[in-house]
Design a protein around this ligand. Structure first.
Ligand SMILES: NC(=O)c1ccc[n+]([C@@H]2O[C@H](COP(=O)([O-])OP(=O)(O)OC[C@H]3O[C@@H](n4cnc5c(N)ncnc54)[C@H](O)[C@@H]3O)[C@@H](O)[C@H]2O)c1
Length: 512
């Protein structure tokens, strides 16, 4: 299995140049409804520019609203350092869009002939190394690519609503798709925090919608036969299997259900019921009476809450679930972890390298949600920003995910923050970090947070870090190469003018 570091390297922007695909700086969207809006929000959030194209000019206001709406939950998905947001532009000229972008994601209505016509047209306006992906829920890639120019760069990339929060994207190639297309597209989707799942061969409905449809058919039967209401059927998932699915899916969970003997015992025990059968294969007729029952049932469940309100609740829960799964490095939590590692690595690259003639510089933009009721950056964010700057410097010294995988890390022992000025929403700042002192088990850092426009000092911080073995936790000497990298930085930083306050911090803590 790839380590997080390798994955982060593999998906990194510049490496996308390899193979079939160019680096994706600008994403083109064809169709800007629910799914197009979701793609826009995700791509913009992770620093990719978006040109959205739709035949209806009124969709411009819609997509801008959808992006703003998604931002509330997206902003809380990760506190890892983010690049500057991408820029969104809109056009009704599909071919003009195709001529300006590095990757195209099609999200127009689910009609084969319409998609074939638009894909064929757009493929003639896009350079041959621009990958073109369709969000289709169930159409076959071989059918969709039939009339395209350079069909080898086409794939299905089926996302899930809301695209900006759910990481799954199913990748499916058609008969004319080049083998490298799926791999190149997978790198792009992983770069924007998704989990690309390559489907071995094209089948109608790909993987997930076939599974969802089996459940959906059964729901319709049970409501139709008055066995249960829509609310009762949702409870049957939400309080039980739904909780397990987010971590392990159906098969691994059933393996556990078989006890020590696992899946083999589980199949012996429950295999006979597959013959009864419990379930119906054919969907019921969608009669007016069934439709009325489905609508009345879900309206009762909504309890007067609007779709927007329910979407916000859903989004908050989706963010929370992914954060809970992250420490276990499982399912969507593992995807979030890999994304964060990539963001830290990229922030480190974007920061000025720890030069011999200057402190390590880490750029920061004050995000609107960091502002408190006083109208400026709230206390805890100072600690976060200084912590991120520390992470960037330590990574440069070799304390990366591989190092930590060996149960070695640096823990914060002391933080002394002094505030000098206020920081406002969207203000551009930077942190200069210096190594004040280092020995085998300790490193003292000095951070200065300054405004980018006039270098005015906003806050300073002295921090003491202890090197630890994390299992069980005890202070241990750091690896020699890490200590010598930090010592080299200290030597370089000693040549800089002494920062006010740093000497007192260093002197006050020599005994620890
Ligand atoms: N809604 C979902 O949950 C979901 C999930 C995954 C995939 N999908 C797939 O994504 C695609 C889009 O679904 P949606 O729910 O966003 O639909 P939607 O109806 O919300 O949006 C479709 C958009 O395409 C635009 N459009 C129509 N004809 C066009 C053309 N010729 N050129 C450019 N734009 C055109 C429409 O104006 C509209 O804005 C479908 O293929 C669907 O199967 C949907």
């Amino acid at each position: 299995m790839e380590t997080l570091k390798n994955l982060a390297r593999a998906v990194g922007g510049p490496t996308i140049r390899k193979g079939l695909m160019r680096e994706v700086k600008t994403l083109g969207l064809l169709g800007t409804g629910v799914i197009g809006g979701g793609w826009a929000a995700r791509a913009l959030h992770f620093g990719i520019d978006v040109i959205a194209a739709d035949v209806k000019p009124e969709m411009e206001a819609w997509i801008r609203g959808a992006v703003a709406n998604a931002e509330t939950a997206l902003a809380r998905l990760t506190f890892a350092p983010l690049p500057t947001k991408g820029k969104l532009s809109f056009t009704t000229d599909l071919r003009a869009m195709a001529g300006q972008v590095d990757f195209i994601q099609e999200n127009i209505p689910e009609q084969l002939e319409l998609k074939q016509r638009v894909l064929s047209d757009v493929s003639r306006a896009a350079a041959a190394d621009v990958l073109i992906a369709s969000s289709t829920s169930g159409l076959m890639p071989s059918d969709l690519q039939r009339d395209m120019q350079a069909p080898e760069r086409f794939l299905v990339a089926h996302p899930f609503n809301p695209v900006y929060l759910l990481p799954l994207v199913e990748l499916v190639g058609g008969r004319q798709t080049a083998p490298g297309t799926l791999a190149a597209a997978a790198r792009f989707y992983a770069y924007i925090g998704m989990h690309p799942l390559t489907v071995r061969r094209e089948v109608p409905g790909h993987l997930t919608d076939r599974l969802q449809e089996a459940l959906w058919r059964e729901i319709l039967h049970m409501v139709n036969d008055d066995v249960a209401t829509t609310g009762e059927l949702d409870d049957s998932i939400v309080y039980g299997p739904g909780l397990r699915w987010a971590a392990m899916g159906t098969n691994l969970i059933y393996h556990l259900a078989g006890g020590e003997a696992g899946m083999r015992h589980m199949l012996r025990q429950f295999g006979p019921c597959l013959k009864w059968p419990w379930t119906h294969l054919e969907a019921p007729e969608l009669t007016e009476s069934l439709i009325d029952k489905m609508v009345a049932g879900t309206q009762a469940q909504a309890g007067g809450r609007s779709i927007r309100e329910l979407e916000r609740l859903r989004d908050d829960c989706l963010v929370a679930i992914q954060q809970v799964l992250k420490p276990y490095n499982i399912g969507a939590g593992a995807t979030l972890r890999a994304l964060e590692e990539r963001l830290y690595v990229d922030a480190g690259r974007a920061a000025a390298p720890a030069r011999a003639d200057g402190a390590a510089r880490y750029p920061v933009q004050v995000r609107p949600e960091w502002i408190d009721y006083n109208g400026h950056m709230t206390d805890s964010r100072y600690l976060q920003v200084f912590g991120d700057a520390t992470d960037v410097l330590l990574r440069a010294a070799g304390v990366d995910d591989d190092y930590r995988a060996g149960a070695r890390s640096l823990f914060t022992a002391e933080s002394h923050i002094r505030h000098h000025a206020e920081a406002h929403a969207l203000e551009s700042l930077y942190v200069d970090t210096r190594v004040l002192a280092v020995d085998a088990k300790r490193v003292r850092l000095w951070h200065e947070l300054r405004r980018a426009n006039d270098d005015g000092l906003v806050a300073s911080a002295g921090q003491l870090y202890l090197h630890v073995h994390t299992s069980p936790t005890r202070v241990t000497p750091m690896e020699e190469q890490v200590q010598s990298a930090l010592a080299a930085l200290q030597l370089a930083h000693e040549r800089l003018p002494a920062p006010a306050g740093a000497a007192a911090f260093a002197a006050a803590h020599v005994e620890r």
